[in-house]
Write a protein that binds this ligand. Sequence first.
Ligand code: CA
Length: 233
Amino acid sequence: MRNGTVVVVEDDPHIGELVEMYLRRDGFGVVICPSGEAGVETVRREQPRIVILDVGLPDIDGFEVCRRVRAFSAVPVIFLTARGEEIDRVLGLELGGDDYLAKPFSPAELAARVRAVLRRTDAPAGPGPLDDREVLVAGRAEVDVGRREVRVDGSVVPTTAREFALLRFLAENPGLALSRAQILDAAWGFDWYGDARTVDVHVAQLRKKLGTACTITTVRGLGYRLEPGPGPS
Ligand code: CA
């Protein structure tokens, strides 16, 4: 359990067992849920570090599970999709999915994705390098890098790992026009195969969540810019 808990929402017991075996080998505690409803409740109870979420479930689908989880948690989510299943990538991203894996997948590959997502999304525990304890300002929003938390007027605004990384990058470069490629590079990392639309979806989500607290301007033909200063209140 030294690495914390992973909740796996998967109705196929063979896949569940295989995934469990690999994740336990990596030092995770694993809780498997065979249905979506149970998955939501288990995430609420266990507060896992990451959720592995099958899209095709017997009751509510994985997207709906993610939607319900997002009401109370920004935990990283990796979707599993069945062979031949059309991945609604944009829908998944809007719901705050952090990665996808298509079945059949190798459990070693899944374990590697779990490590990669956690590397990108986790703040180090305790005192870390100076810039990891920084609190950046985005309009009236505070981007607390150490706590991995966005606050507006003192209240936490729940963000997904990607939204946080994106806002952090914008806040590190206030007033600068940043290309979608630069943003993808900084907030998603070199091992991400996303396209420019991915950035647009996440910016739209951030605008919705932050409202007038900060202004992210579209720079036509290029990307986005975080307006410096307090912005309209
Ligand atoms: Ca399934």
